[in-house]
Design a protein around this ligand. Structure first.
Ligand code: FAD
Length: 471
């Protein structure tokens, strides 16, 4: 019998659940990826992610060919292409991994229905997270709404079974090559232009391997280094986790083992991986929160709108708010498709609580810019910062962009990297250049602050008063 593996956010051959299950149960296994026009048609023509995906597909195709298979790549609508391919290849089942985003759930339900009409089935597996859906629930049987008890339950449940790899190699002889596998198209072939991936973005599963090796040399220092954007502290693996060019089981296993050996850095890093699972289960249980406030009372907040708000929003997007750390962070995301976690929190707080702009506008900007854009994590992060989310920051906790800068980029190294016009300012002045005498700022083309933080803070407390009674 024959099977088709439909790759989506799992672009690797090692430890891949759907691939393993297909190889184990069929004699001939074909592999495919659909460049889905339902997703791609809405993107700007220079989207960096498309370039990343094509690079990852190239590596995936090579890895499959080395094992006797090959990747079929189609550009079209997945809901047309998958049933069509299944029919052309004469497969009895299509194997794929869960994607719990609301739009993906709808797509998969439709594909399953179409496959059924000619007696083929869609078989789906967990691959993207350690625990999903209803796997970690409270004693009362409901989903967790607070991270720490979720994390404790996660750690209690996790064991070797959940962390061990799927031994794909053991059954790789079932991989089959179809004449439909004609290689990975070029960007131009699917109507996109090069976006210029930053040179540090390493491609495909081989790139992920390199980053992981590098990170493992400093994972024990993660807890001490991770908050400082000028320091190489985090793993930079987020884009690989997003597209599955690295296995979450492999990462969680390494972190868990090291944690048990007393490595505090690994323990804190594992906690971040658990946040990732947490937000995924939030998305599954509360799909409404992907477009509205998780806590509905927060949708009563009146955000700033109109021409002035649009100007403020544009200044934020373009990194010209007059707050150096905020501007450096926004230039980082725009130039590289990545932003350091501390800075994501700082700029999200700045947009919602200093500028009074709806978190959904910031969320959408991140969704367009981030290579690692992930609906569950991005929405979770934005709703955390705007205080409307599940286990979010209290609304009265308002980051001061200047003290964040003094604390987390004390020497201004990160600011100098992305705001070179400020590079020559003495360190104490780089966090608040508006405090310098105008004469000292002569010749420096840098905006004055677009908002007064102290005034904005008061306005935000008033704005959030509509939810105060319930907090
Ligand atoms: P590391 O510090 O090495 O962490 C390892 C991995 O843990 C990350 O790759 C990521 O998969 C996961 N992780 C870490 N922190 C979080 C978190 N708070 N929530 C969920 N998962 C986490 N992360 C995304 O992957 N995609 C997004 O679209 C995204 N948007 C965000 C938006 C906002 C406003 C905020 C505050 C955070 C967002 N995050 C998002 C979470 C976090 O900022 C990034 O995962 C992290 O900066 C990626 O860098 P890294 O791989 O070097 O992280």
């Amino acid at each position: 019998n024959r099977a088709l593996v439909w790759f989506r956010r799992d672009l690797r051959v090692d430890d891949q659940a759907a691939l393993y299950q297909a190889l184990k149960s069929a004699d001939e296994v074909f592999c495919a990826f659909i460049l889905d026009r339902d997703i791609l048609d809405a993107l700007p023509r220079e989207d960096r992610r498309v370039e990343f995906i094509l690079g990852a597909l190239q590596v995936l195709d090579e890895d499959l060919r080395q094992r006797g298979g090959a990747l079929i790549v189609r550009h079209g609508f997945a809901t047309d292409e998958i049933p069509r391919l299944a029919a052309e290849l004469g497969v009895q089942a299509v194997f794929t991994n869960h994607d719990d985003e609301p739009a993906a759930c709808k797509r998969d339900a439709l594909v399953a229905e179409l496959l059924q009409s000619f007696n083929a089935e869609l078989r789906t597996f967990k691959d993207h997270v350690i625990f999903e859906r209803r796997e970690v629930m409270t004693a009362a049987g409901g989903p967790y709404g607070v991270f720490t008890p979720y994390k404790n339950a996660w750690l209690k449940k996790v064991d070797e079974f959940y962390l061990s790899s799927y031994p794909v190699e053991r059954h790789a002889q079932a991989l089959a090559k179809s004449k439909l596998a004609t290689g990975v198209p070029a960007l131009k072939g699917i109507g996109f232009k090069p976006a210029g991936l930053p040179s540090h973005v390493s491609q495909g599963s081989r790139g992920a391997q390199g980053l992981l090796e590098d990170f493992l040399n400093r994972i024990d220092e993660y807890d001490r280094r991770r908050d400082f954007p000028a320091v190489k502290g985090p793993s930079y693996l987020s884009v690989h986790l997003r597209f599955g060019t690295v296995s979450i089981r492999r990462l969680a296993r390494i972190a868990h083992e090291r944690m048990q050996g007393g490595d505090h850095g690994a323990e804190v890093w594992l906690s971040e991986l658990i946040w990732r699972d947490f937000y995924h289960q939030v998305m599954h249980h509360h799909p409404h929160a992907m477009t509205a406030a998780f806590r509905p009372e927060y949708d009563a907040i009146r955000w700033e709108t109109g021409a002035h708000a649009d100007e403020l929003f544009a200044a934020w997007c373009e990194g010209r708010t007059g707050f150096p750390l905020v501007d450096a962070a926004m230039r980082q995301i725009n130039q590289t498709g990545y932003m350091h976690n501390r800075l994501r929190m700082v700029v999200a707080s700045f947009l919602t609580k200093d500028l009074g702009i709806d978190w959904r506008r910031g969320e959408a900007w991140f969704a367009r810019q981030l290579l690692d854009f992930d609906l569950a994590a991005n929405n979770g992060g934005w709703q955390w910062a705007s205080s409307s989310g599940c286990d979010a920051q209290p609304y009265f906790r308002i980051f001061n962009p200047t003290s964040q800068s003094e604390k987390f980029d004390a020497e201004g190294r990160f600011i100098r990297r992305y705001c070179p016009e400020l590079a020559d300012l003495p360190t104490p002045a780089i966090h608040a250049p508006w405090e310098r005498a105008p004469l000292d700022m002569q010749g420096i083309d840098y905006p004055r602050p677009i908002v007064d933080h102290a005034v904005a803070r008061e306005r935000t407390l008033e704005r959030y008063a509509v939810v105060k009674r319930r907090d």
